[in-house]
Design a protein around this ligand. Structure first.
Ligand SMILES: Nc1ncnc2c1ncn2[C@@H]1O[C@H](COP(=O)(O)OP(=O)(O)OC[C@H]2O[C@@H]([n+]3cccc(C(=O)O)c3)[C@H](O)[C@@H]2O)[C@@H](O)[C@H]1O
Ligand SMILES: Nc1ncnc2c1ncn2[C@@H]1O[C@H](COP(=O)(O)OP(=O)(O)OP(=O)(O)O)[C@@H](O)[C@H]1O
Ligand SMILES: NC(=O)CC[C@H](N)C(=O)O
Length: 569
């Protein structure tokens, strides 16, 4: 029997000192829980992803030296007998390495480099790292333990097959697997299959927390050699998952398997005396809406706090996007850190002001009214503005006002745009598109309504006041930039629009496939033109948390100057 701890922690990219201190603190908790082994996430000492920091030799050297310091600190903290797997950035003659080390009795007893470097979606690892070629097996208390770093699990054959062929009893896997909807439905069966293929139990330790536009959900778990789920950590929160594994050791051989050299070192040969196992912890995965909400809350909170802000400011229009952004911000930061500003113009309806005030009342956050009509009038008269130029100046005056409040009072400005608007370019540059972070930029408009209803229903279940005024959910969306304006004057109805965008953006489908899906050719043409023409706006839009398979930004990268148009060929 061996007691394994999975430290599902939230590191901060670049904070070697803070992350090392966090590693010691969590290792101590694992030791106190009686664990023999503790596994931290991928590159937990540096944070993940470090992007081009990987290419800085100074950072690589600092990471290597922080690892040695950590080995010593762990021993000093009384964790010397605990086998600690920690991820870090290594650098050798070949180049930078996505690495994990095993620390024991104050020493680095193994260093292994990731073999498979993902280079798709949000990952650019072939730009940043050189691949590893060897695997290190450690024998601890008679158990043969191998290691596979994140993507090494995702590729059939290779490291896990080699470890299985060598005869390991247990594979530990440090991971930094970013959240996207339903990804947990892919990970667990995949890892279970790998465990069964290797004939070894598998410990999957994932990072939690936000890093720029990525959020990590944790959801660490342990599966047995037959692929059965034995323990699972909760999502979106730091957690120490402790599990007892009953492992039969058949012994391990060294040599070359699958073309990979497997090395082995014996740390301690004797099994631990029998002890009373812990009851297994099997946290329930969250519902789809709860999962997305938590992702958005954690992504926003970590962006704000890790960048040294304590509060946010943005426009409360009385509409659904700013209402959902406000509810998220209050869940993430607390009401005292959220500053809403109503900025009525000449065309703002009375209900937009009332709904904005009601939202603030329900949330208990800060709220002020700053009319913009007079400032807008000066621009309009001085420059003789009309039409779209007059419409947009209202949004731009609001943007300027919010940035002024940010400068003056130190709040981070949030942009409230959703994925549908971003897709079709339905926002004013330097107007409602200003800000440092855009919490719902990867959420389609129809999902914004779903989340609003879900969040209100959750509040009702808990006997709390629903945060979002009903009228903000039910009224027809309008930018209120001219009298009686409705979004549907310029855009197809949102249900239809989101269906097309789901196929064109998420599914990357071509024209013929869209027609085959049953959309009218003229609507397809119109939507595709709007999407393709607004790439320049998306490049300038603030970052925000990725929740979908294909988010704008890291996942979907298209040229701005681009004369290719989907059509009939
Ligand atoms: N390829 C390119 N590269 C760089 N810049 C490029 C560009 N193409 C145009 N531009 C620039 O972009 C400008 C046009 O963009 P912009 O000034 O933003 O204005 P524009 O896209 O013409 O108008 C904004 C649209 O968004 C709608 N809106 C505004 C505010 C809020 C909401 C809402 O409901 O959330 C909707 C509004 O009703 C209107 O339909 C051009 O004048 C030009 O300066
Ligand atoms: N009268 C207003 N007072 C304060 N902020 C406003 C006002 N009008 C617009 N904004 C800001 O600009 C953003 C874009 O708003 P707009 O009403 O143009 O479109 P929207 O995408 O339907 O957003 P919402 O659903 O929040 O109204 C709003 O979310 C809000 O932050
Ligand atoms: N850091 C990684 O190697 C992550 C890649 C992997 N496919 C995942 O998303 O989980």
């Amino acid at each position: 029997m061996l007691r394994i701890a999975l430290a599902q922690v939230n590191p901060t990219v670049g904070d070697l000192t803070g992350n090392a201190a966090q590693t010691v603190e969590w290792a101590r908790k694992a030791a106190e829980a009686g664990a023999h082994v503790v596994v931290f996430p991928e590159m937990s000492l540096t944070g993940y992803p470090v992007e081009d920091l990987a290419l800085r030799s100074t950072f690589g050297e600092a990471s290597r030296s922080a690892l040695l310091g950590l080995a010593a600190s762990l021993a000093e903290a009384g964790c010397g007998e605990l086998l600690v797997y920690v991820g870090y950035l290594d650098v050798d003659d070949v180049g930078p390495r996505d690495a994990a080390a095993a620390l024991y009795r104050g020493e680095v007893v193994a260093r292994q480099f990731k073999h498979h470097l993902p280079n798709y979606g949000v990952f650019d690892e072939q730009r940043w790292f050189k691949a590893g070629r060897t695997l290190d097996v450690l024998r601890l208390h008679g158990v043969e333990i191998g290691m596979a770093i994140c993507e090494d699990l995702w590729q059939a054959g290779g490291p896990v097959t080699a470890l299985g062929a060598a005869g390991v009893d247990l594979v530990v896997s440090p991971n930094a697997s970013p959240y996207e909807r339903s990804k947990d439905d892919i990970r667990l069966p995949l890892v279970a299959r790998r465990a069964a293929e290797a004939g070894a139990a598998l410990v999957y330790a994932n990072q939690v927390g936000g890093q720029d536009d990525l959020v990590f959900d944790g959801d660490s778990f342990v599966v047995g050699a037959d692929g059965e789920l034995l323990a699972r950590a909760p999502q979106f929160t730091e957690h120490l998952l402790v599990a007892d594994l009953s492992l039969e050791s058949g012994g391990c051989t060294t040599g070359t398997f699958e073309g990979i050299e497997v090395r082995r070192r014996v740390l301690s040969a004797d099994p631990v005396p029998a002890y009373e196992p812990l009851a297994p912890v099997l946290s329930e995965p969250l519902s789809d809406e709860a999962e997305v909400w938590s992702a958005l809350v954690v992504g926003l909170r970590d962006y704000v706090h890790k960048n040294g802000f304590r509060s946010v400011v943005f426009g409360f229009s009385g509409g659904i996007d700013s209402a959902v952004t406000a509810a998220l911000a209050v869940d993430a930061l607390g009401p005292d850190s959220v500053h809403g500003v109503s900025m009525p113009s000449e065309y703002s309806s009375a209900h937009s002001r009332d709904d904005a005030a009601e939202l603030a009342r329900r949330l208990g956050c800060h709220f002020r009214v700053e009319p913009v009509a007079e400032m807008v009038r000066i621009y309009v008269e001085r420059l003789g503005l009309s039409g779209i130029a007059e419409e947009n100046i209202q949004a731009r005056v609001r943007g300027m006002l919010l940035m002024a409040l940010s400068n003056q009072e130190g709040h981070l400005v949030l942009a409230t745009g959703n994925k549908t608007e971003l897709a079709v370019g339905y926002s004013t540059m330097y107007g409602d598109a200003v800000g440092g972070f855009a919490p719902i930029k990867d959420v389609f408009k129809t999902q914004v309504w779903t989340l609003a209803r879900w969040r209100n229903a959750e509040a009702e279940k808990r006997g709390e006041v629903p945060p979002i005024p009903e009228h903000s959910i039910t009224k027809p969306p309008s930018a209120e930039l001219r009298p009686g304006q409705l979004d549907t004057d310029s855009l197809p109805e949102y249900g239809l629009l989101d269906d097309i965008l789901d196929d064109y953006v998420e599914g990357d489908r071509g024209y013929a496939d869209l027609v085959a899906a049953g959309f009218a050719p003229e609507t397809i043409d119109r939507v595709i033109r709007m999407v393709d023409r607004s790439e320049h706006k998306r490049r300038q839009y603030p970052i925000g948390t990725k929740i979908a398979f294909r988010a704008f930004g890291r996942d979907r990268r298209l040229p701005i100057t681009n004369c290719w148009r989907e059509g009939e060929f």
